[in-house]
Design a protein around this ligand. Structure first.
Ligand code: CP
Length: 310
């Protein structure tokens, strides 16, 4: 399966996802052995214009575990020529000549697509602003669901949070729409509900969904709870009790015995640390999968580049 730029999650077909997941399982074994030298001639540049812990470190660890090398700047906004007002396109044209792949987190929606349009090498979108996408997060989220639930078909998935700007939830909704009989529930304060572009896509793909502003009894019905943050400062209303969207030990009594709780992290008050002890709390396993999925993704991109040279 050929893979070049990774910009949005809807670009992945189900066969491509299955190839990625098969490679991901191999990568887990490779990491247990300490890594491989298979990609020792490859160089990856990470350009992050916004802060990151998981995405940047896991991409960099992935490249090193594959035997390759990393070019990085601590904060591209501060330590690149963005300080002098350099256009993103110019930066990408330059950096793309020094490496084999660029991993980009940008402040503007569509930043990764703009970069891909001029880049001499593949560009991976590591998150393009609030309201954009974070496709590699969605890939590791979906892999975690596949690994823990053994299927995607027929699952009920609850997404909670500021869903209008939630790039991880947006990317995951696109990926889940590719599977059979999936039901999606979107739980958010009404001014933060998932945007119409996602709903249009779900309608076009005959995916069933419900929009909720209160949890009611939905928590007891779903197989996957995908929790994200809500920033109170974005709410104009002062009478919204955000605690109803949080997950604490009380909530654990009402969810299915085999449900899983995911969160892209970092978390704040929306998941009580006491929940971490419950085996259904899968968010740290999810973050660990990020390493294996990103190794698999890089290997698919590099193998595709080799194929196009032959
Ligand atoms: N989930 C995620 O994107 O985390 P970081 O912001 O730490 O990369």
């Amino acid at each position: 399966m050929k893979l070049h730029h990774v910009i949005e999650s809807q670009q992945f077909s189900v066969p491509a996802l299955m190839e990625l997941f098969s490679r991901t399982m191999q990568m887990e074994k490779i990491v247990r052995r300490g890594g491989t030298k298979d990609y020792e001639n490859k160089l990856m540049a990470t350009l992050f214009y916004e802060p990151s812990t998981r995405t940047r470190f896991s991409f960099e660890a992935a490249m090193v575990r594959l035997g390759g090398k990393v070019l990085s700047t601590e904060s591209a906004m501060e330590f690149s020529s963005a300080v002098s007002g350099e256009f993103l396109e110019d930066t990408i044209r330059i950096v793309g000549n020094y490496c084999d792949v660029v991993v980009l987190r940008h402040t503007e929606e569509g930043g990764a697509a703009r970069a891909a349009a001029v880049s001499p090498v593949p560009v991976i979108n590591a998150g393009d602003s609030a309201g954009g996408q974070h496709p590699t997060q969605a890939l590791l989220d979906l892999y975690t669901i596949y690994h823990e639930c053994k299927t995607m078909d027929g699952l009920s998935v609850l997404l909670i949070g500021a869903l209008d700007t939630g790039r991880t939830a947006r990317s995951l909704a696109y990926l889940l729409s590719k599977f059979e009989r999936v039901k999606l529930y979107f739980l958010a304060p009404r001014e933060m509900q998932i945007k119409p572009d996602i709903l249009k896509h779900l309608d076009e793909h005959n995916v069933t969904y419900e929009l909720l502003s209160r949890p009611g009894n939905v928590l007891s019905q779903v197989d996957v709870i995908y929790q994200t943050r809500i920033n109170r400062e974005r709410l104009e209303r002062t009478d919204v009790d955000l605690r109803q969207y949080n997950i604490d030990e009380t909530v654990l009594h009402s969810i299915k015995r085999d449900a899983i709780i995911l969160h892209p992290l970092p978390r704040s008050v929306e998941i009580d640390p006491a929940v971490d002890r419950d085996p259904r709390a899968a968010y740290f396993r999810q973050a660990q999968n990020g390493l294996y999925v990103r190794m698999a993704l890089l290997s698919m991109i590099f193998d595709s580049e080799e194929l196009s040279l032959t």
